[in-house]
Design a protein around this ligand. Structure first.
Ligand code: CUA
Length: 392
C-alpha cells in the first residue's frame, strides 16, 4: 500500500512502488493516467488546433487524424507481433540455435513494400492538403490586410475602408483572404482554431485564407519570436453571423469622417478583388490625426479625457478614426477600443481599472513597448479611460 510518508522523498516513492502489490500499482497508474489525460481536454485550452472551427484548420486536423491512425495501426501491429514473438518463441535452456534468415529476398521485399505503401497513404493526403491550403480563394472572398507590428496587429478592410487593431471581425460562412505584411521584423500570424501559421515580412506579402464555421471569440497569437514582448502579441478573432458582421461594419463606418461620395478609397487601399500589389506596411501617408467625431459627450471626465488625449501625446501615435484611418500609425488604431475584449494586444482584459493602469505605466506592464510612460496622474488616467471607453 502507498503510505503518505512515501511522498516525502523520491527514494521513498520508489521503494514504496517496489513493495506495492500489482493491484495497487495498477490502481495508482490508472489514477495518474486519468489525471494526465484530463489535462488534454481541449475545451479548457482555446488555443488548440485539435478543435478546428474553420475549413483550413479542418484540413490540417483531418491530415493529423489520418497520420495518427496510420501510426497507431503500425504501432499496434508491430508491438503486437513483437509481444507475441517474445512469448511464443521464448528460448529455453538447451534450445538449438534458431534458424537464421539473412538475405531472405521475400521477407525483405515485404518489409520494404509495406512501409512504402503506408508512406504513400500519408503522402497523398498531405500533398493534397498542401495544395488545398495554398489555393487562391475565389473573388467573393473578403480581403483583410494584416500588418504585424512590434507588438500588436493592424487589420484593414479595404472593401469597407475600415481599420482596426488587435481584434479582427470575420463573417461566418464567407472566406476571408488575408494579405499580410510587417511594419518591422518577422512575425507569424496564427489563429489556431481557424488556420495554420503564416510568417509576415516587411518586404514581401504573404497570404492565408480561412472560412469561419462557428460564431464566437477566439484567440490568435504571434507565432514567431519577434522581440521581448513576442508573447504579448496576441489578438482576438470575433466570428459573427453575416447580419451581425454587417452591423459591425455599419457601426464602424460611423467612426470617423465619411469619404465624400464618389471618391476612391484612401491612398494605398485596394479593392477586394485586386489580386496584385502588396500590402502597404510603411509609414507612407501617416500623419498626426485629429480625433474622429466625438461619439457622445459623456460628462466632465469625458471632456477632460478628450483634451488630455490631444495634449498628452496620445494623438501622435493613435488614430480614433476607423474610416479613412491613416496607415502606418505607430500605435494601434483606437476607434472602437472601448468595445474590445483586451487591451495592449491581448495582455490585459479591457476593464477600466486595467486601462487606467496601462495608460499610467505601459513600460511596467509591457517593457519595451513603444508607448512611453507619459507621466499621467491617476485622475488624468480616469478621464482618459472615460474618453476611450466611449469609443466603442
Ligand atoms: Cu510578433 Cu512574435
Amino acid at each position: 500500500m502507498l503510505k503518505t510518508a512515501a511522498w516525502r522523498s523520491p527514494r521513498l516513492v520508489l521503494l514504496t512502488w517496489r513493495r506495492a502489490t500489482p493491484t495497487w500499482r495498477l490502481v495508482t497508474a490508472l489514477c495518474l493516467l486519468t489525471l494526465v489525460l484530463a489535462g488534454c481536454s481541449p475545451e479548457h485550452y482555446p488555443q488548440t488546433t485539435l478543435l478546428p472551427r474553420g475549413d483550413f484548420a479542418r484540413i490540417a486536423d483531418d491530415l493529423l487524424n489520418t497520420t495518427v491512425k496510420w501510426a497507431l495501426l503500425v504501432f499496434v501491429l508491430v508491438e503486437g507481433v513483437l509481444i507475441y514473438a517474445i512469448f511464443r518463441f521464448r528460448g529455453k535452456p538447451g534450445d538449438p540455435e534458431p534458424h537464421q534468415t539473412h538475405g531472405n529476398t521475400t521477407v525483405e521485399i515485404i518489409w520494404t513494400v509495406i512501409p512504402a505503401l503506408i508512406l504513400a497513404a500519408i503522402a497523398v493526403p498531405t500533398v493534397r492538403a498542401i495544395f488545398q491550403t495554398n489555393a487562391i480563394p475565389g473573388k467573393d472572398a473578403l480581403t483583410i490586410e494584416v500588418v504585424g507590428h512590434q507588438w500588436w496587429w493592424e487589420f484593414r478592410y479595404p472593401e469597407f475602408n475600415l481599420t482596426t487593431a488587435n481584434e479582427i471581425h470575420v463573417p461566418v460562412g464567407r472566406t476571408v483572404s488575408l494579405r499580410m505584411g510587417s511594419a518591422d521584423v518577422i512575425h507569424s500570424f496564427w489563429i489556431p482554431q481557424f488556420a495554420g501559421k503564416r510568417d509576415v515580412f516587411a518586404n514581401r506579402e504573404t497570404r492565408i485564407w480561412f472560412k469561419a464555421e462557428t460564431e464566437g471569440e477566439y484567440p490568435g497569437q504571434c507565432a514567431e519570436f519577434c522581440g521581448i514582448q513576442h508573447a504579448r502579441m496576441a489578438y482576438r478573432i470575433r466570428a459573427q453571423n453575416p447580419t451581425e458582421f454587417q452591423a459591425w461594419v455599419a457601426h464602424m463606418q460611423t467612426l470617423g469622417p465619411k469619404p465624400p461620395a464618389g471618391t476612391k478609397p484612401a491612398a494605398g487601399t485596394k479593392p477586394a478583388a485586386a489580386a496584385s500589389g502588396t500590402v502597404q506596411t510603411a509609414s507612407a501617408g501617416a500623419t498626426v490625426q485629429q480625433a474622429g467625431p466625438a461619439p457622445k459627450p459623456q460628462g466632465a471626465n469625458y471632456a477632460t479625457g478628450e483634451q488630455l488625449f490631444m495634449t498628452k501625446g496620445c494623438v501622435g501615435c493613435h488614430s480614433l478614426q476607423a474610416v479613412n484611418a491613416p496607415k502606418g500609425m505607430v500605435g494601434p488604431n483606437l476607434a472602437n477600443v472601448g468595445a474590445r475584449s483586451y487591451i495592449a494586444a491581448g495582455t490585459l482584459k479591457n476593464t477600466d481599472e486595467n486601462l487606467a493602469r496601462w495608460i499610467q505605466n505601459p513600460q511596467g506592464i509591457k517593457k519595451g513597448v513603444l508607448m512611453p510612460n507619459l507621466g499621467v496622474s491617476p485622475p488624468e488616467a480616469q478621464a482618459l479611460v472615460a474618453y476611450l471607453r466611449a469609443h466603442q
